[in-house]
Design a protein around this ligand. Structure first.
Ligand code: M6R
Length: 609
């Protein structure tokens, strides 16, 4: 999704802006631009369609410089991918960038046209630039003009702008799209994601919903949604500077797949003691609230939704807590029944997914007793708006395809099962077994990564296929769904997942030698049932690729390729079986030559609905 970087300093900020944009590339975008101002008090703007490198090339060809500047990567919503639609947008002395969608842009555009403003783009954002210019005429300061401007907007925005006639000031506003101020020494910054600013600072202030900020080289003033001056907490980020580097890996996705043993260790660290999860792991006083919870409603999107689906099996089977799970974009637009003593649990890597955030707000409105988010980004909107939060500690995830965020979400959810289950059906012995299984996971994950070479060879058989089917049963069904999502998202091969028991209710009709069937087969109670489903496929000429426990007794032959996964406790098996499926999609995508880290049409953080 779109990215924003801004800086106000003594020095030329153009390289800070470009480096910031590069660090935001992972979010997904289709064009980029910068606008700067220096002592000449004249806006210099460069925009380019395509990668940030195109913008860098354009600036190398015609250099621009300035001590105040804003920059943007655009993911088209209103108006096609053209230079004219790229940000920053200008209105005479104003330059402005924007993330989000302005829903009432059409009437505002008509009103501004009547006042004589001329539009040069099809975007909703240009409306904001002209509206800002209009309000600037009757306002004593830039920040006052911004306060008046945002009152007229419906929709979502994170926006940053400057006025060439007030060249040492940037102003910004946040509603529905995150912004963070970075604090430097006699220079300050602003961005939509702290990652963009890590080369220049680690001190951050996260703006809250409705905030408006004025940022100069030496000062930051913040006003809340009612216009009152407010102090927001300054935090020291523990995200490392090199979080945005690929290191020795060819792609972020591969790096992130291989980081999973360490990410899982980090997620577990300091949270387990005496054979269970510690009471405060989910926040101070969480245990007081958790002991009365009888029902959990999980809300998430995409990969995070699949993590929630696994959690439903765990919560009901192990903890004896009733659990529903729903895709956020569905939940938010339907009337739902709120069970007694129910907690809403959102799951999100970014903490900014628009649908998940809207669903959380709705859940609070309609009477859920408490809210918890399982999230990877500290300070994100979901974290701030939930009663309790549990950070997954996966570290920055840059690849659009979620990998380490998923496995750490699963680990976190299993700790939630412990936290809720200890007040319900979960015996001390069961808790100890789950803890032991969790603690064994990092080493098992290391072992499963050793399958990478075999999977690389296997991937060659997929690269010329157009369709594929993923099968699993029980808590491995969501893992099959996640495997299918990974494959389609980065290799563009159509992939569908089925609970294996559903095969004969339709999908068997699809089976032929051109349809690879991927099966996840741990050694559990459902193994014999799964084996019957595998035979149904074989009998119809299907080619099978089975990731199986070595004791599950599958043998490779002409129609079945078997890769053995280490034996592991059944409860945590979904986490382990995720790894070979991630590796499979990665290697298929590599052979197909797709853009692994930034697949077409996708964005990392989906901050619009
Ligand atoms: O940041 P979130 O976890 O809320 O994002 C939800 C989905 O957009 C995300 O999981 C998406 O499906 C990934 N690209 C999957 O790899």
């Amino acid at each position: 999704m779109c990215g924003i970087v801004g800086a106000v300093a003594e020095r030329n900020v153009v390289n800070i802006l470009l480096e910031g944009l590069k660090r935001l590339e992972y979010r997904g975008y289709d064009s980029a631009g910068v606008a700067l101002v220096d002592n000449s008090q004249h806006i210099q703007r460069v925009r380019a369609v395509g990668k940030v490198q195109e913008l860098v090339n354009a600036i190398e060809a015609s250099p621009v410089a300035g001590t105040t500047g804003i920059a943007h990567t655009r993911w088209a919503t209103h108006g096609s991918v053209t230079e004219a639609n790229a940000h920053p947008h200008k209105s005479t002395n104003i330059a402005l960038v924007h993330n989000g969608i302005i829903e009432n842009h059409a009437p505002l555009r008509d009103m501004l046209k009547e006042k004589g403003y001329q539009f040069t783009s099809d975007t909703d954002t240009e409306v904001m630039a002209h509206l800002m210019h209009h309000e600037r005429q009757s306002s004593g300061s830039l920040v006052e003009a911004l306060q008046k401007m945002v009152k007229q907007l419906d929709g979502a925005y994170g926006t940053v702008m400057f006025d060439q006639n007030d060249k040492d000031t940037m102003v910004a506003a946040r509603s529905g799209s995150p912004l963070v101020i970075g604090l430097g020494f006699e220079e300050n910054f602003i961005a939509s994601d702290q990652l963009a600013l890590l080369p220049v600072t680690r001190r951050f202030i996260f703006l809250e919903e409705g905030d408006v900020a004025e940022v100069t080289k030496t000062s930051v003033r913040i006003f809340d949604k009612d216009g009152n001056p407010v102090e927001r907490e300054e935090i020291e980020s523990d995200v490392t500077h090199d979080a945005g580097d690929k290191g020795v890996y060819r792609h972020y996705m591969l790096k992130e797949i291989f980081e999973q043993p360490i990410s899982v260790r980090n997620t577990l660290e300091g949270r387990l003691a005496n054979g269970t999860v510690i009471d405060d792991a989910f926040g101070h006083n969480a245990a007081d609230v958790f002991k009365d919870i009888e029902h959990v409603q999980i809300i998430a999107c995409g990969t995070s939704y699949h993590a929630g689906m696994v959690a439903r099996y765990w919560l009901e089977e192990l903890a004896g807590v009733a659990c529903n799970i729903e895709i956020a974009s569905e939940f938010r637009y339907r009337k739902s029944f709120v069970p007694k003593n129910a907690m809403i649990v959102t799951i999100s890597q970014s903490g900014e997914t628009a649908d998940t955030l809207a669903a959380l707000r709705l859940a609070k409105e309609i009477g859920y007793k408490s809210s918890l988010t399982i999230c990877n980004v500290p300070g994100s909107s979901l974290v701030r708006e939930s009663d309790f939060n549990f950070m997954t500690r996966a570290g920055a995830e840059i690849g659009v395809a979620s990998t380490k965020a998923f496995t750490t979400q699963l680990v976190s959810l299993l700790m939630l099962v412990l936290a809720l289950g200890k007040h319900k059906n979960l015996s001390a012995e069961q808790q100890q077994n789950i803890v032991a299984a969790l603690q064994s996971l990092p080493n098992k994950l290391e072992e499963s990564l050793d399958l990478a070479n075999d999977i690389e060879k296997l991937a060659e058989e997929f690269a010329d296929k157009n369709h594929s089917l993923f099968l699993g049963r029980g808590n491995q069904y969501p893992i099959a769904m996640e495997g299918a999502l990974k494959l389609k998202e980065i290799s563009y091969i159509h992939a569908e997942a089925y609970a294996a028991g559903e095969l004969k209710h339709g999908p068997l009709a699809l089976i032929d030698a051109e349809m690879p069937i991927i099966v996840v087969a741990p050694n559990n109670d459902l193994l014999e049932k799964l084996k019957s489903n595998v035979e149904e496929v074989r009998a119809r000429g299907g080619i099978l690729y089975v990731f199986a426990d070595k004791d599950a007794q599958f043998a490779s032959d002409d129609t079945m390729r078997v890769l053995n996964v280490s034996h592991i406790d059944e409860v945590v098996a979904p986490i382990l079986y995720t790894i070979p499926l991630q590796l499979l999609s990665y290697h298929v995508a590599l052979i197909k030559g797709t853009d692994v880290d930034q697949p077409r049409n996708l964005a990392k953080s989906v901050t619009v609905e």
